[in-house]
Design a binder for this molecule. Structure first.
Ligand code: HEC
Ligand code: HEC
Length: 391
């Protein structure tokens, strides 16, 4: 069980020293922080504001927080797939940004290495924020007095020195503080608090690490639990949608990839390409229909589930695994299914116990971004409310 050693991809490791986060940290791995982008309060405040600014979309209506809303566990639940500018829909379910700081890679297919890199993509994706390039963002922050002051405080740069890389660093830093541990599970497993879990949840834990084999991929280690191995597996979700045209699709994709590098646009706008999963990144057939193991922390808050949002409840997720990687009994089993995904023969009671255990992974307190609650200072010219879009 405790077999995965932590990958740090060359980043300096820091544990947050601030008191506010310390309480919330029980059970979490060391926080990877890049040496060239240390966490400072001024950067966090700036990143928070940028994350919530709807002006950085072509329509002036969509911010990062539109799809990663604190009210719904930093996702856009109950949507299955995200909706960006002008109601355009993508192909994938928005993962939470809570604890994304610990991910070995970002996105369902891991096509982005870290938070700094990831943050550039939504702005220019045609079904998300729809900008042609990043220049409008730089223009806005350079001419907005509130931002001028904040970039000065965060990076010591005057407005004419601000670049898009500063924007990326600030957003990533804000996200690095959106971490949440100290769930009942953490209090029980790492904190020694015997009554933090119910008897049913304790039975669920035994199944999770034992008969149901969940912890093979959703890992728990001796000192912390990220509930992900950081790897990519085909567990039989979505891949039936491309069952009959895997080969033609894969070769068309390979050809397209040679001529253009727009993997981000292709997988989020073409529902079939999306199902190629990790293949779109590594172009290796092992990755066909494989997606990143997501963390299960705070999973109760982030329905619906899976890369395509196709499974609505935790009960149904457990049924999917119990059926051996088939959501509806009778559906064909994927040819590329990960080893280890096979019928589990769990009793109804055992399935309920597993669900109860997953509900013990909800953090005692979830960090609240400050700019989500209060309208930000009006920007020069148009005073647009800086909160996420109302549904
Ligand atoms: C229109 C909705 C939408 C908007 C706007 C949006 N995202 Fe996302 N976000 C998604 C979806 C959908 C995914 C998954 C895409 C994929 O995996 O291919 C995602 C993935 C992510 C991830 C990866 C998390 C993980 O576990 O792999 C991070 C981090 C993230 N978004 C941060 C941001 C930031 C920062 C912004 C603003 C610059 C932003 N998002 C804007 C919908 C959105
Ligand atoms: C072979 C590795 C593997 C095993 C074993 C495994 N999972 Fe997963 N799990 C994954 C992957 C990969 C995904 C994402 C799949 C996708 O979206 O196509 C996932 C997704 C999930 C999700 C949805 C998460 C979200 O954010 O949408 C839940 C809940 C879950 N698994 C619970 C479990 C439970 C409970 C078990 C044991 C019965 C289990 N998993 C066993 C790899 C695994």
């Amino acid at each position: 069980m405790f077999r995965r050693s932590l990958l740090m991809f060359g980043a300096a490791v820091a544990t947050l020293a601030t008191g506010a986060l310390a309480n919330n940290y029980l059970g979490l791995p060391p926080l990877p922080v890049p040496a060239d982008n240390p966490i400072t309060p001024a950067k966090v405040t700036l990143g928070d504001k940028l994350f919530h600014d709807v002006r950085f979309s072509s329509t002036g209506t969509v911010s990062c927080a539109t799809c990663h809303d604190a009210q719904t566990g930093f996702t856009d639940g109950p949507r299955s797939v995200s909706e960006g500018i002008e109601g355009k829909t993508g192909t994938r379910n928005a993962p939470t940004v809570l604890n994304a700081a610990f991910n070995d890679s970002q996105f369902w297919d891991g096509r982005s290495p870290d938070l700094e890199d990831q943050s550039q993509h939504p702005f220019t994706n045609p079904v998300e924020m729809g900008l042609k390039d990043h220049q409008p963002i730089v223009d806005i922050v350079k001419s907005d007095p509130a931002y001028q002051k904040m970039f000065q405080e965060a990076f010591g740069v005057s407005s004419d020195q601000v670049t898009f890389a500063h924007v990326q660093k600030a957003i990533a830093t804000f996200e690095r503080t959106m971490v949440a541990g100290n769930s009942p599970f953490d209090q029980w497993f790492y904190g020694g608090k015997e009554d933090a879990l119910t008897d049913q949840q304790k039975r669920g834990y035994e199944l999770f690490i034992g008969k149901a084999r969940c912890a093979d991929c959703h890992t728990i280690e001796q000192t912390h639990a990220s509930f992900t191995d950081g790897n990519f597996h085909n567990i039989g979700v979505g891949v039936n949608k491309i069952r009959d045209d895997v080969e033609s699709l894969a070769s068309a994709f390979l050809k397209a990839k040679r001529t253009t590098e727009e993997v981000d646009v292709e997988v989020l706008t073409n529902p079939k390409s999306s199902e190629l999963g990790r293949f779109a990144v590594e172009t290796n057939f092992d990755g066909l229909g494989a997606f990143k193991t997501p963390t299960l922390r705070n999973i109760e808050l982030t329905a619906p589930y899976m890369h395509d949002g196709s499974i609505k409840t935790l009960e149904k997720v457990v049924e999917h695994y119990n059926n051996g990687g088939v959501t509806n009994p009778g559906d064909p089993v994927s040819d590329f299914l990960a080893g280890g995904i096979r019928p589990l023969n769990l009793e109804k009671q055992e399935q309920a116990d597993l669900v109860a255990f997953m509900k013990a992974l909800t953090s005692a307190s979830i960090p609240k971004p400050q700019f989500a609650a209060a309208p930000a200072a009006p920007a020069k010219g148009k005073a647009k409310k800086n909160t996420s879009r109302k549904k």
